[in-house]
Design a protein around this ligand. Structure first.
Ligand SMILES: NC(=O)c1ccc[n+]([C@@H]2O[C@H](COP(=O)([O-])OP(=O)(O)OC[C@H]3O[C@@H](n4cnc5c(N)ncnc54)[C@H](OP(=O)(O)O)[C@@H]3O)[C@@H](O)[C@H]2O)c1
Length: 258
C-alpha cells in the first residue's frame, strides 16, 4: 500500500473524480482542488453552461476536466452522468455527493409533502443511486472514496431547516451503512458536515444580520467558513492520506457544534 510519506503533497494523478453541484460554492472548490492535485474531474450541476465554465477554468489552469449537466433528482440524468463519466475517462475513483436542495425555510408545519419528497430525492436518494452505480466501477479498480456533503444540521437540527436537517441526518446514516458494507472492497465512504459557509445556498442566513450575529456568537472561531475550507477536507478524504478513514463524520464548522 502506498504510504503518505511517498508523496509530499496530495497526489490524485490517474484518479477520476465526479463532483455534483460543482458549478459554484463548495462543489466548485472541491472540483478545482481535486483537479489541482491531478485528478481528472467531472464537473456536474443542472446547467451545462455553468459546468462548462468551471471545467474550462480548470483546463485553463492546466488541469483535466469536463462538464456534464445532470439534475441529480432525475434518475435518467443520474444514469447519464455515470455513462458520460465512463465514456470520457474510462472509470471512477472518487465520488463527491455535494448537490443539495432546500426549497423551504420555516417550521415543519409549513413543509408540504411535495417539498419533503424533493428534498429527499436530491439530498438522499441521489447520493444513494450514484454511489450504487459507481460501486462496481470502483470495486473493479481496487477501491475508491465516496464523500457525502452533509451538514451540521444532520447532527443537530437547524432552526427552520427541519426536513433539510432530516435529509442530512439520513445522508450520515447512508454514509455509515455504505462504509460498513464496502470496507471489504477498499471503498471508503465519509461525510463532511460544514457549518455556515459563505455561498449562495446559505445567503439567506448570512445576509440576515440577526441570524449571522447568533451564528458568530455560537462559533468559537467567530467567523463564517469559506468554500476552500471544505474543499481542503474533501481533498484529504479523496486522497490516500485518509486511507484508514471510513464511516467518518467530519465536522468543519469553526467549532459551532462543540
Ligand atoms: N453553505 C453552507 O453554509 C452549507 C452548510 C452546510 C452544508 N452545506 C452543503 O454543502 C453543499 C453545497 O452547498 P453550497 O453552499 O456550496 O451551495 P451553492 O453554492 O448554492 O451550490 C449548489 C450547487 O448545487 C447545484 N445544484 C443544485 N440543485 C441541483 C440538482 N438538483 N442537481 C444537480 N446539481 C444541483 C448548483 O448548480 P445548478 O444551479 O447549476 O444546478 C450548484 O452548483 C450542499 O450539500 C449543502 O447542503 C452547505
Amino acid at each position: 500500500m502506498a504510504s503518505p510519506a511517498d508523496n509530499i503533497c496530495f497526489d490524485l494523478s490517474n484518479r477520476v473524480a465526479i463532483i455534483t453541484g460543482a458549478s459554484k460554492g463548495i462543489g466548485e472548490s472541491i472540483a478545482r482542488l481535486l483537479a489541482a492535485a491531478g485528478a481528472k474531474v467531472v464537473v456536474s450541476s443542472r446547467k451545462q453552461e455553468a459546468v462548462d465554465e468551471v471545467a474550462g477554468g480548470i483546463r485553463a489552469a492546466g488541469g483535466q476536466a469536463a462538464g456534464v449537466a445532470a439534475h441529480v433528482g432525475d434518475l435518467a440524468q443520474v444514469q447519464t452522468l455515470v455513462d458520460r463519466t465512463l465514456q470520457l475517462y474510462g472509470g471512477a475513483d472518487i465520488l463527491v455527493n455535494n448537490a443539495a436542495t432546500n426549497p423551504v425555510f420555516g417550521p415543519v408545519t409549513e413543509c408540504d409533502g411535495n417539498a419533503f419528497d424533493k428534498i429527499m430525492a436530491v439530498n438522499v436518494k441521489a447520493p444513494f443511486e450514484l454511489a450504487k452505480l459507481f460501486y462496481p466501477v470502483m470495486k473493479s479498480r481496487g477501491g475508491g472514496s465516496v464523500i457525502n456533503i452533509s451538514s451540521i444540521g444532520g447532527v443537530s437540527p437547524e432552526p427552520n431547516l427541519g426536513i433539510y436537517s432530516v435529509s442530512k441526518a439520513a445522508l450520515i446514516s447512508l454514509t455509515q451503512v455504505m462504509a460498513k458494507e464496502w470496507g471489504k472492497d477498499n471503498i471508503r465512504v465519509n461525510a463532511i458536515c460544514p457549518g455556515l459557509i459563505q455561498t449562495k445556498f446559505s445567503q439567506a442566513l448570512w445576509q440576515n444580520e440577526q441570524i449571522l450575529k447568533q451564528f458568530l456568537k455560537a462559533t468559537p472561531l467567530a467567523r463564517m467558513g469559506q468554500p476552500d475550507e471544505i474543499g481542503a477536507l474533501a481533498l484529504f478524504l479523496a486522497s490516500d492520506f485518509s486511507s484508514y478513514c471510513t464511516g467518518g463524520v467530519f465536522m468543519a464548522d469553526g467549532g459551532l457544534t462543540v
